[in-house]
Design a binder for this molecule. Structure first.
Ligand code: TXA
Ligand code: MG
Length: 328
């Protein structure tokens, strides 16, 4: 069974740094979700990530760096990229730019670009800094499962094949970073996150982003099913009062084995994920996992407003949902 090391102990950090240096795998906390890291410059180490997660090899990884200088070692940092880094790093923004030859194909899935991010979690930063290496890391879940926001989630998914899990407590943001592609003329948001599209565009002085509607997904990860609990997740979309009435009716018919997750001021039988969109983002993946542990068969979640963090939350919910139920 994989060892969980408390990140507050110096000895834990030292063990994790050593594991990264010798080509091992370490799961570590970031402000968004836990990552499963390896030396980004070591193709054999990177291959182990795909194996441990059961991740398809054509889905590239994010390279985590401790500063802009380290980003320059692996990527061509353009003036636009630099502006975004200055404003949003360290933090939940991943930037796709052209890669340098030192980055193995295993990391980029053969693309000429590389995704880079400087996380703000102090444990993640120490791991990168003290190993002196850029760290390739996807979210530390089994492929297709909800992303892990606690060390225990990582262990539940990845029992073998990784050296250590650094436990740095619960992730504060709770959903993965925003991914913006700067390798093309007009910046494209490939994955929404806490940093919003309009925040990115404002810093770049762009009036509007390009709507991406090509058949071939630009972020290779977008074509896979994602974030799914074992339970059937039904996303209920429509006016609040109608949606609530519909869910209540279905719950009565289901008699146990179903749960209703909602937000704001809720009353039984709904369970609240919190008052704000930030609360929902922080808890979303954890409540999906908790429902699975309790043997829940159906999860009803009411849609959240698509403003601010709500855009990213709805993106994850649509991907996780096995059914979208519109009430009007
Ligand atoms: O918050 C996060 O970003 C977390 C933490 C650990 O940093 N990481 C994360 O990694 O969510 P992952 O592998 O689960 O998602 C990375 C996404 C995928 O959708 C992948 O396809 C996309 O980034 N991506 C990676 N490299 C890319 C590239 N060169 N071009 C386009 N998309 C890329
Ligand atoms: Mg992931």
């Amino acid at each position: 069974m994989t060892l969980i090391l408390p990140a507050r102990l110096e000895s834990s950090i030292a063990s994790a740094v050593e594991a990264i240096r010798v080509g091992g795998l370490v799961a570590f906390p970031t402000e968004t979700v836990y990552g499963l890291g390896a030396n980004a410059l070591d193709r054999r180490a990177v291959r182990k990530i795909f194996k441990a997660k059961g991740r398809p090899a054509d889905n590239p990884l994010i390279v985590h760096v401790a500063d802009v200088a380290m980003a320059e070692r692996v990527a061509h940092v353009t003036p636009r990229a630099r502006r975004l880094m200055k404003k949003f790093w360290p933090g939940p923004l991943t930037i796709v730019v052209r890669r340098r030859p030192c980055v193995p194909d295993e990391v980029t899935a053969g693309l000429e670009t590389v995704a880079i991010r400087m996380p703000s979690h102090p444990v993640a930063l120490r791991l990168i800094r003290e190993s002196g290496l850029p760290i390739a890391a996807p979210s530390a879940n089994r492929a297709g499962r909800p992303s892990p926001t606690r060390a225990s989630h990582v262990r539940a998914d990845l029992r073998h094949g990784i050296d250590f899990i650094l436990d740095g407590g619960a992730s504060k943001v709770g959903i993965e970073s925003t991914v913006v592609d700067l390798s093309v003329r007009k910046p494209v948001i490939l994955r929404p996150g806490k940093v919003s599209e309009s925040q990115v565009l404002r810093v770049l002085g762009e009036r509007s982003g390009r709507l991406r509607n090509t058949r071939r997904p630009r972020a290779p990860g977008m074509k896979y099913r994602h974030y799914s609990p074992k339970a059937k997740l039904i996303l209920v979309v429509g006016p609040a009062s109608k949606a609530r009435a519909e869910i209540r009716k279905r719950l009565r018919a289901a008699r146990g084995r179903s749960v209703w997750l909602d937000f704001g001021a809720v009353s039984a039988p709904a369970l609240s994920m919190g008052r704000s969109l930030a609360d929902v983002a922080r808890r979303l993946f954890a409540v999906m996992r908790a429902a699975d542990e309790r043997g829940i068969e159906v999860i009803y979640i009411r849609s959240v407003p698509e403003v601010g963090l709500g855009v990213a939350i709805m993106n994850r919910l649509r991907k996780a949902a096995r059914e979208i139920l519109s009430v009007t």
